[in-house]
Ligand binder design. Sequence first.
Ligand SMILES: Cc1cc2nc3c(=O)[nH]c(=O)nc-3n(C[C@H](O)[C@H](O)[C@H](O)COP(=O)(O)O)c2cc1C
Length: 217
Amino acid sequence: MNILTAMKERRSVRAYSDKPVSREDIETVIAAAGLAPSAINLQPWEFIVSYGEEKKRLVRRLKKAHAERKVSCGPGTAKPLPQKYAERSRKALAVMEPKISQTGITFNRFIEEGSCSFYGAPIAIIVTIDRVFPAIRYLDMGLSVSYLLLAAHAKGLSTCPIGLIVAYAADIADVLNISSEKEILLGISMGYADETAPVNDFKTGREELSEILGWYE
Ligand SMILES: Cc1cc2nc3c(=O)[nH]c(=O)nc-3n(C[C@H](O)[C@H](O)[C@H](O)COP(=O)(O)O)c2cc1C
């Protein structure tokens, strides 16, 4: 698949079929994530794959943690967003909400509970970085995650990056025995999309190029 096509087609998927994902495909996707460039080729990323009974155990713990602490979905900023970003968020909600409301539960509840269960995907991926690294290395992590999402798409697999679960990092570390030297940055659900689910029946737009590109000439 052409890389630009994959970039244009990829979208986050929030309902999955039961079709299992082969270990070979999982390894191909994670190997692709490892091909990303990084400063001094440090490759600061580590990926933990949880599936089957272990994934069920992880989801049970995350649901319990969420029921107790109810961390809500949102931009996570201390101050309200500047208008430009608030408007982008409003546009995304306008696309997502009508489809998600078809589930019969509120948008926030769908996102929060769905995120904690990796949207029922057969594969949960936990992305970690060694705490030894400064925050600038998050850049390398983002590159690697992009490679992962695009490689999955090229293999016919769907994904959703899930930042919300980081609020329950201590629970994840406990269930998966992740060392305190590692910081948990992101979860990713992965599997085959349920193409019939209304919650997958939308695609968020993007700002015009002129909004993100400045020229000096
Ligand atoms: C770092 C990051 C964290 C995200 N966290 C969540 C999340 O917790 N739950 C969720 O449903 N989607 C999450 N998303 C998915 C975004 O909502 C999605 O990428 C965005 O709306 C653009 O849509 P698209 O991925 O379909 O292009 C996250 C995406 C990123 C990059």
